[in-house]
Design a protein around this ligand. Sequence first.
Ligand code: XUL
Length: 510
Amino acid sequence: MPLFMGLDSSTQGLKAEIIDTETGQIIVSEGINYGRDLPEYNCPEGALPNDDPKIKHADPLMWIAALDLLFSRLQQAEAPLNKVAGISGSGQQHGSVYLNSQFEPVLSSLDQNNNLASQLAVTLSRKTAPIWMDSSTGEECHEIGEQFSRMQSDSGSPPIERFTGPQIRKFYKESPEKYEQTSTIHLVSSFMASVLIGQNAPIDYGDAAGMNLFNLKTLNWDSEFAEFTASGLLNKLPGAAPSNTVAGTLSDYFTKYGLQAGTPVAVWSGDNPNSLIGTGAYEHGIGVISLGTSDTLFAAMSSPVTDPQGYGHVFGNPAGGFMCLICFTNGSLARERVREECEVDYNYFDTQACTETPPGNNGKLMLPYYTTECTPLVTQAGVKYSTTEDYSQAEKIRAVFESQALSLKIHSGWIGEKFIKLRITGGASKSRDFCQIIADVFQTPVEKISVTDSAGLGAAIRAANAVSGQSFKELCDKFSAAGETVLPNSSNAEIYAKAEMAYCKLEAQS
Ligand code: XUL
């Protein structure tokens, strides 16, 4: 029974997926929620409270306390941990952990009678870790952008507030002494992998590309970017490695949960690169739309083209080559606000509203900026409508669906490829009407996939690939098969081509 484990250290919690690659079954799926299970860390939604809404940090000790808790729960539930033949993981992207010279010595002599958080507390040179939701580095992005006109073409993205480089520069400027005391700066992914293997683990190309420090042309750290970001930074970064690298073997500490010491641990990656694998979209031609708190669109790329507007990003594809990612902050956040404003239940919202309104919504669109938006960049929240006429409940609901679908289409145009199909995942994919609107706007078939944790599944598949050499095709055919397909209605093509132009105009006016 060849079992592999994928861990998913996300904003809200830590999950584990154990897959059996012979039967094609996910045999264990278990999770910890930080707010519910670890309230003492004061990060109910994944971030510590802060008076400045732009600052979003988390306690990195909470992430490793979750490892202890999750493994002990799995052990209690008699999960076959002793049969796990390989482990990998997924981390929320961009977040960074700052460690002093004690990190590796403490890791190599962990005491099984004590927990991870209390033993590793002394190894933090910065008590908190900025996460991807932080947008407080506008000044640093400006400075980096002024210095390097090649940042986007070489790193895959212009300087971005939540990316690790600008975050490190802010720390270096504000706390130079603590920066000096820092020996190693890890991403969430490489930090968690290091704890598992008892020594510093490398950062994979997928997650490295979300730092404004990695050069996609050389597939290594860019020494000029690093030195300008913070003096001496190159010496504080772990190595960068392909995503199928085995980073090391499981530390003896984890045998207390019934895991086997010496189990190979493949390098971890970011949640979006892992999801590319977990949704079976590792080859180009398939676009994935993941409908979550924020919505993302990602796809494997044949060559690393960049977005002229600077909203889209290029990361490493764990299966080799590159992937693009576009993140829309107002995802289910906006849909949920519209549902609440309309005072309707999910049944009406997901299945009825669109039957009462025609495709194109008689020209009624909206810019759904319930919060600030990263695609396009909108720094002041505020919803705008395309007409001053009243919107009925049903019209408002269709307006949010159609506007989000149009924005996904418009802001993915730079990728320059027509997708053969789209795969759709996440909570709102259960709305058949939203899937139909997306299929019609893109004029592309939309396949629903039922994977609940595509990042965790992708990590388990990567572990199997790295450790046992099974191909992504073989693994994804077993685990990421599509469910229902929603076909585009060609008679709506013209309506949405016109709506696309109207939406572009509305966006340009705002
Ligand atoms: C991508 C991004 C988010 C996080 C969520 O650039 O910031 O999707 O990875 O964990």
